[in-house]
Design a protein around this ligand. Structure first.
Ligand SMILES: [Zn+2]
Length: 360
């Protein structure tokens, strides 16, 4: 299948060229989408902005400021391909900046070409990408901004045993976490989104903690008086590390957000936002209980992170040992007990934070 088909894009690794091919095909097939090159990354890769609709209300959506977090970009392309935006073009001007970090996307890293986390650069503005993003937001002055990310698979929903397949946050504008009118609007939009999600997400939606990160963009956007919603795509189950479930939820997210913003006073109350359980770092990708080490039974639990690494244009997948001991209060996407698996190592300590080959 050609790379211009959105469903054929690699769910884990979305380098700039593949994105660019899919984007060009999409825009070519749909003359309602206006494409502008508005800037460039540190390595001079183009950064695009799409404009749809002529309505008086403006929304601004951006994705992939972390290069190895492609779900938001894929969700946007899916929404555009299905033309679900068409119901809103009289009310809204929808501005989309997909793939803010094409250098990081191509290198399969969170950071930009200089190793800077763009989402920690909202104050010093050392990166071309952050300077561009802020200038576009100030230029458009939207009534709502959506900031699309992927979250690590470590997050569970509150005290439940459910993974946070999607998470949301209405960021704070100050360390006091004051609940301003703009923040309430973001909370109401989130509550409306959660109410519209397909059933299989119920009980699998978390709320990020709202600690104030002064160098993050969401906090900066809120300080400009613009309601900002952070969307984090998570893992639904052991077969969903490509986050396809979250990608397929993005059209619901965009539609619900735009519907809610049309009449924010009648959107769900912000108390429904606070009722979403907070995320906890309760998940491990793989737990081996009662590990057999070098043929000897033990009561030791081993916790592993599923790790994806780019090597010669291919994504390698392997397990990294992070935790050794008692993991009975953690939940795993995959759990193996003695007899199902053998770990042939002589010493565990030197292997912590290293790749370990597991035979099962
Ligand atoms: Zn991110």
């Amino acid at each position: 299948m050609s790379k211009t088909s959105i469903s054929s894009l690699n769910p884990i690794f979305l380098p700039f060229e593949d994105f660019h091919q899919a984007l060009k095909a999409l825009v070519h097939a749909d003359n309602e989408i206006l494409l502008n090159e508005v800037g460039a990354s540190e390595l001079q890769r183009p950064i695009f902005e799409l404009t749809i609709g002529k309505g008086a209300k403006k929304v601004f959506i951006w994705s992939q400021m972390h290069g190895n977090e492609a779900s938001g970009t894929r969700g946007l392309l899916l929404w555009l391909q299905r033309r679900e935006y068409a119901q809103f073009t009289n009310v809204y001007t929808i501005v989309i900046l997909p793939m803010l970090n094409p250098d990081g996307a191509t290198a399969f890293t969170r950071r930009n070409a200089h190793g800077i986390d763009i989402n920690r650069d909202a104050r010093k503005r050392q990166t071309a990408e952050m300077r561009l993003l802020q200038s576009r937001i100030l230029f458009h002055k939207p009534e709502l901004a959506l900031n699309l990310h992927d979250q690590r698979s470590i997050f569970g929903v509150g005290d439940s045993k459910e993974p946070a397949a999607l998470s949301f946050l209405a960021p704070s504008r100050s360390p006091e976490k004051e609940v301003t009118k703009d923040r309430i609007a973001a909370m109401r939009v989130i509550a409306a989104i959660v109410a519209q999600l397909p059933n299989h997400f119920h009980s699998k939606v978390g709320r990020y903690n709202d600690d104030f990160y002064p160098t993050a963009i969401g906090e900066w956007v809120q300080q400009q008086g613009i309601p900002c919603v952070l969307v984090e795509a998570g893992v639904l189950d052991a077969s969903d590390y490509g986050r396809n479930a979250a990608v397929s939820a993005h059209p619901y997210i965009f539609n619900a957000a735009l519907e809610a913003l049309q009449n924010i006073e009648s959107a769900p109350n912000e108390s429904e936002y606070f009722a979403i359980p907070e995320n906890k770092e309760s998940f491990v990708d793989l737990i081996i209980t009662n590990a057999v080490l070098n043929g000897k039974p033990t009561t030791i639990d081993l916790g592993f992170t599923k790790t994806f690494q780019l090597d010669n244009d291919q994504i390698n997948v392997f397990w990294v040992l992070n935790e050794v001991g008692d993991l009975q209060f953690k939940t795993a996407y995959r759990c193996l007990d003695k007899g199902e698996v053998s770990v042939e190592v002589t010493e565990l300590l030197p292997l912590i934070n290293s790749r370990v080959d597991i035979i099962y």
